[in-house]
Design a protein around this ligand. Structure first.
Ligand SMILES: C[S@@+](CC[C@H](N)C(=O)[O-])C[C@H]1O[C@@H](n2cnc3c(N)ncnc32)[C@H](O)[C@@H]1O
Length: 256
């Protein structure tokens, strides 16, 4: 369901110390934004309404967290949920920030000096299911290669999705982008790990009977040449598949 424009969202975010107003200016300096800069820094990409980030950050004051989403409409709800979660636990919300940014442009706001320990990607469904839009997936090979620029060596990506096709493709994207998949499940709730926190979308899909697929991948050493070669091979493969689909469509049109 499309969420309505919220005219109050931007002013409320700009008035909040939880919101990073000028993310590009923090490039290379993200650790310094937090009360305890020496702590590990974790990112949540596409944090949405923030239920996950609020619970995670208020349960782990020993880490710093940054939640990123493209739209203020959801970030303003994330801000409120974070405030509530910390208030309920009687803790200062000094280890969490949220910000508005297009994840495809993360390199404009992060570099190697930001040394990220972990990235969470939860239910980042593609905007559009057409094959041409696969390259906008947050786990597409090119995106995962981009995250390497600021993810520590040995840093982790935690990924969850409801989408079978996206999960199956991601099992290929991660190794191509120089990550080792160290754990995976096709039904997270069958034997739910105690570290799991259910997100808003996870709750919704679970109610619909759709299993949550999940994996943990670790950044391994890889040369730029190896990664470029893998990405070029993926793009070439997808182009060939698209050409085949077009030919089949043309043949079907001629018949009909
Ligand atoms: C389906 S929602 C999932 C929200 C939350 N992670 C959850 O599991 O409930 C996907 C979120 O990712 C955000 N998103 C998708 N693509 C993005 C991009 N390129 N840059 C920033 N945010 C993006 C959307 O705005 C949306 O809030």
């Amino acid at each position: 369901m499309r969420m309505r424009f919220k005219p109050y969202a931007r002013p409320e975010l700009l008035a909040s110390p939880l919101h990073a107003h000028t993310p590009l200016e923090n490039k290379g300096k993200w650790h310094q934004v937090f009360a305890r800069p020496e702590q590990p820094l974790h990112l949540e990409l596409g944090c949405g309404k923030g239920g996950y980030l609020a619970e995670l950050s208020s349960s782990h004051p020993e880490n710093n967290y940054l939640g990123i989403d493209i739209t203020d409409k959801v970030l303003v709800l994330a801000k409120r949920k974070i405030e509530q979660a910390f208030e309920a636990k009687g803790l200062p919300a000094d280890n969490v920030q949220i910000m508005s940014l297009d994840i495809e442009r993360l390199d404009s706001a992060f570099d190697a000096a930001d040394t990220i320990d972990r990235i969470y990607i939860n239910f980042c469904n593609p905007w559009n299911r057409k094959a041409a839009h696969k390259k906008h997936r947050l786990t597409y090979t090119r995106q995962l290669i981009l995250y390497r620029n600021f993810l520590k060596d040995g840093g982790e990506v935690y990924f969850k999705t409801d989408d079978d096709g996206l999960f199956a493709d991601s099992l290929e994207y991660f190794p191509e982008a120089g990550y080792e998949i160290v754990w995976k499940t096709f039904d997270l709730h069958q034997n739910e790990p105690d570290w799991n926190i259910r997100t808003e979308h996870e709750g919704m899909f679970t109610e619909q009977g759709i299993p949550t697929k999940a994996l943990i991948a670790v950044k391994r050493p890889a040369s730029a040449e190896e990664l470029e070669k893998n990405l070029a091979a993926r793009i070439a493969r997808e182009k060939a598949e698209a050409a085949k689909r077009r030919e089949a469509q043309q043949a079907a049109n001629q018949k009909g």
